[in-house]
Design a protein around this ligand. Structure first.
Ligand code: SF4
Length: 462
């Protein structure tokens, strides 16, 4: 059955034929969702091809979760000590035999990630909109047990749940949406390397993430094996960087670069450090939020050899600011890695002033400087996530002046077609008199700043 998104449809109105399609598809697709491929990548591929490179680790069998029983509601963010109350309860219920050592092992988390609706339904009461998704939709399903522990089992509107649990709305294509809205494919001189801005490149190391975000800008490629983590491809990208002296800044992304084994990531970092004109290396990752166990002492020990190294950490909601994630960020910060955040503005998830302030404050407490707030890219099937631009400006306005300047990210639209990031700011300038700039402050009070306008040439001559 063809279960591709409705990519080629260009109706000016929202395409609402999915219901009929789903009714038909569901019958055929339902039996398939019981077939699950939970094999970790390390035993699916050779070590060279495997982004995780887990060879040599003893692979533990999957633990079948015990049936769910009603639980008492607890705050997702309340915690004491090393974990949240929510995670503690989740582990007790679903993984009672798993030791702390196993749970805190990032490879165990990867091997046991949830990759099918059938398995997911053992943990969550899936809503109709969550159930009606064909498992072969464009972006795969994958959630680490740790991240799942932060998700409400009963509330389909829970913010973190909406980020990672597939929803039938992904099948809707809105006007202006496309699979590659940023035109990355057109700006790739070699596969997996995007050269858009003059002095920097985006180097996609793999297409693998431990947990897939339903609004992912690269949902056309991530999780599909199209960006292969092979040295052959990496060599081509490195050669391009080598022969392009204008490139002084390389951003490693994917997929998630931190899902690579230490030695494979180090190979790339050391090769980049051999290129004289590469001044700065950056890593874009969501690992501290979805797989904080990955930030091991050995990893940071390796990373700190390659300074100046910066990191952009992807966060969505304050519920991600857990003790585990705080510990991961502390390790990175202690290794001298400047940490900035990237957040996508998402409807019903973080599109209120209070929620955004809470996230920004949570990030600052974890030593992560709020960096970018992105307007959600018009990816195919992302209409249910997108807010108006006005909403984004309203949120920025609610932060500026009311809280620390460091807690105010730059709100940007990544221009469709490859125009790059364009910053958007609420308008504080009211006008100009001959002598003064007229402005309003965060409280809407008017102020004048002396800024005489140069007199026209004929006036000067009088
Ligand atoms: S972590 Fe990044 S690359 Fe991976 S699915 Fe989420 S947004 Fe996409």
């Amino acid at each position: 059955m063809n279960v591709k998104r409705l990519n080629n449809m260009t109706s000016p109105k929202m395409i609402c034929i999915w219901k009929e399609k789903m009714n038909n598809n569901q019958k055929a697709a339902r039996p398939n969702i019981l077939v699950e491929d939970d094999k970790p990548p390390s035993i699916r591929k050779s070590e060279e091809d495997d982004p995780l490179s887990l060879a040599g680790e003893s692979l533990r069998s999957l633990l079948t979760p015990t049936p769910r029983i009603p639980e008492k509601k607890t705050s997702l963010v309340s915690h004491h000590g090393k974990t949240t109350i929510k995670t503690k309860a989740f582990r007790k219920k679903f993984y009672p035999l798993i030791s702390d050592k196993e749970w805190n092992n990032w490879q165990w988390q990867l091997q046991n990630r949830i990759q099918s609706h059938e398995k997911l339904s053992r943990f969550l009461t899936l809503s109709q909109e969550e159930t009606l998704v064909n498992r072969t939709s464009q972006l795969p399903l994958s959630i680490t047990p740790y991240y799942l522990s932060l998700i409400s089992p009963d509330d389909p509107d829970h913010p973190l749940r909406k980020c990672v649990v597939p929803n039938v709305n992904e099948w809707l294509q809105m006007p202006g949406e496309s699979d590659d809205p940023l035109g990355e494919d057109q700006q790739s001189p070699v596969p997996g390397l995007v050269h858009r801005y003059p002095d920097r490149v985006l180097f996609l190391l793999s297409d693998f993430c431990s947990t897939y975000c339903r609004y992912c800008t690269r949902s056309r490629v991530v999780g599909h094996g199209t960006i292969h983590p092979s040295r052959v491809r990496w060599e081509k990208a490195l050669k391009y960087i080598e022969k392009t002296p204008a490139v002084r800044d390389v951003l490693l992304s994917g997929g998630d670069p931190l899902t690579l084994a230490d030695d494979r990531l180090e190979w790339v970092l050391s090769r980049l450090r051999q290129i004289d004109h590469v001044e700065v290396i950056r890593i874009g990752t969501k690992v501290p939020a979805v797989l904080p166990q990955r930030i091991t002492p050995n990893l940071v020990k390796m990373l700190k050899k390659y300074h100046p190294l910066w990191m952009s950490l992807h966060f969505t909601h304050a519920d991600e600011c857990t003790p585990e994630t705080a510990k991961a960020c502390a390790r990175l910060a202690d290794a001298g890695i400047p940490l900035g955040s990237q957040t996508v503005l998402l409807k019903g998830i973080n599109d209120s002033a209070k929620t955004m302030a809470s996230l920004m404050h949570g990030l600052m407490k974890m030593r992560v400087r709020p960096y970018y707030l992105y307007q959600c890219d018009p990816i195919t099937g992302s209409g249910h996530f997108r807010t108006s631009i006005e909403k984004g400006l309203e949120i920025i306005r609610s932060l500026r002046g009311f809280t620390s300047g460091y807690a105010v990210p730059t709100y940007v639209v990544d221009a469709p077609g490859g125009g790059g990031k364009i910053p958007l700011m609420p308008d504080y300038i009211q006008g100009h008199t001959t002598d003064n700039l007229v402005m309003i402050n965060y409280e809407n009070r008017t102020f004048l700043y002396p800024d005489p306008v140069s007199a026209p040439a004929e006036d000067v001559l009088k």
